[in-house]
Design a protein around this ligand. Sequence first.
Ligand code: SF4
Length: 452
Amino acid sequence: MDSMGCQMNTADAERMEGQLRSLGFARAEEGTPAQVVVLNTCSIREHAEAKVYSYLGPHAARKRAGEDLAIVVAGCVAQQEGEALLRRVPEIDMVMGPQYANRLGDLLEGVFNGNQIAPTHIMEDPTQPQRSSTVCAWVNVIYGCNERCTYCVVPTTRGSEQRGSEQSRPRDAVRAEIEALVAEGYREVTLLGQNIDSWGSDLSPKQSFADLLRDVGGVDGLARMRFVTSHPRYMSPRVIDAVAEVPALCPMFHIPFQSGDDGILRDMGRGHTAARYREIVHNIRTRLPDAAITADAIVGFPGETEEQFENTLQLMRDVRFDQINTAAYSPRPHTPAAVWGDQVEEGVKKERLRRINELAAEHALERRQRYLGRVEEVLVEKRNERHPAQVKGRNPQGCPVFFEGDIDELKGQLVPVRIVEARPYSLVGERAEGRFAGGRYADDGESVVVEA
Ligand code: SF4
């Protein structure tokens, strides 16, 4: 099982691995040829299809040489390319889009009956993922996306061509999954959805994401809950209120802005303006001054002028993000913007990417510096592989924190850590005495720490 791309894909891969294990399969040892090969693909980056073909090459060669193995291509490239993949690599046994991640077991059975393409409907998920962490888990709450951003492949890969492709999981199913995770010892859950604010709008009767947060955020024994991804068009102040009021909800928001220019936002089909984005940030900072705000941004979208790019940098200067995932625009197959005539030159895109990354890193460091000298409550996840004497965890805002400690003693624990070094994208600290009062931070931006 190899997975590329985003957290949604990682969550799907865990789910598929869980099904294979429940069918009696085990992960092939390093260097041992696998009997079932699943490649969970991502189509966001450039050359995605080429990467898939080069990965499949050796497995297809094994099959041509007479070895008995099943090759499954899952994920977004599978959804996008469909039968084209089978034509190009006839050794593939199954092509399945991301919405079938919960059905790999059944579908594999179909493989042995000669079916190569997954049928088309989504069902509630009865499967158990094989999760890669024993502390933090991802839980899908909504599949698909009804938006039509003109650069994005998701509407054609994780949804259908028609409006109404978003499918919310029922609240009870989400709650039951989280309760089961807590019973297994998980401390933190991240709710996942491409446009998570839309959760519940396809349910009958309609429900709101803020209500879901209040409900599942209150599961007994759950230490922390996060959620991604918020859409500026749909994010409601009630979500900010829920984060401020439910103790387990972490003060962090991931809200892509993509561009700081209204003309580009219109061409992207985002359905929001830069002013609307600034208003959301203002609302968050009024209610939760210490919250982390992270985002995604694209530079060099077709037609983007230097002035429009400057508007993006200005939005960043106004907001000062904790972190931004940046990308130079790259035309993706079957998306409207890919065929527009006013593509920006590669050299210009590269230069803008360099400038935006430089500014993002400057702001990230400035934002991390606010933690210096503070005591942060860190949920310990794992050993720091590069420095085995250290463990790695995260503070409530989601920033990675490294400090010296014994993983066997600390894994899954909430530990007070005094921050002694701020780097652009991580913090270094040392264990502090004392304990947190309920793990919450006061609204004045100070950590609430009660000395023992
Ligand atoms: S909201 Fe996100 S996932 Fe949906 S179409 Fe736009 S960029 Fe793609």
